[in-house]
Design a protein around this ligand. Structure first.
Ligand SMILES: [Zn+2]
Length: 83
């Protein structure tokens, strides 16, 4: 159970519960308070546990701090009516 109390993506221990299933106990939707990753507890282990989460998608606190700015959305392309 301790695996589920840390964020699968960044291992942060502060996890909040966003939603819970209409059927009690079926699932919860949890969110990491550090990297904002969300997951449903009924998803497979590779999405819900740090140990099974794919290494290439894992983040550390340093990764988050040094993450580059999110790229700007480029200008819209001209519409087809201009051709
Ligand atoms: Zn996280």
């Amino acid at each position: 159970m301790s695996e589920k109390t840390a964020c699968p993506r960044c291992a942060h221990p502060a996890i909040s519960q966003l939603f819970t299933s209409p059927v009690p106990g079926a699932w919860d939707v949890l969110q990491c308070e550090q990297c904002l990753y969300c997951w449903r507890t009924s998803e497979p282990a590779r999405r819900t546990t740090r140990t099974a989460y794919p290494d290439s998608f894992k983040l550390t606190a340093d990764d988050i701090r040094s993450a580059p700015e999110v790229p700007a959305v480029p200008p819209l392309r001209r519409g087809r009516e201009d051709r």
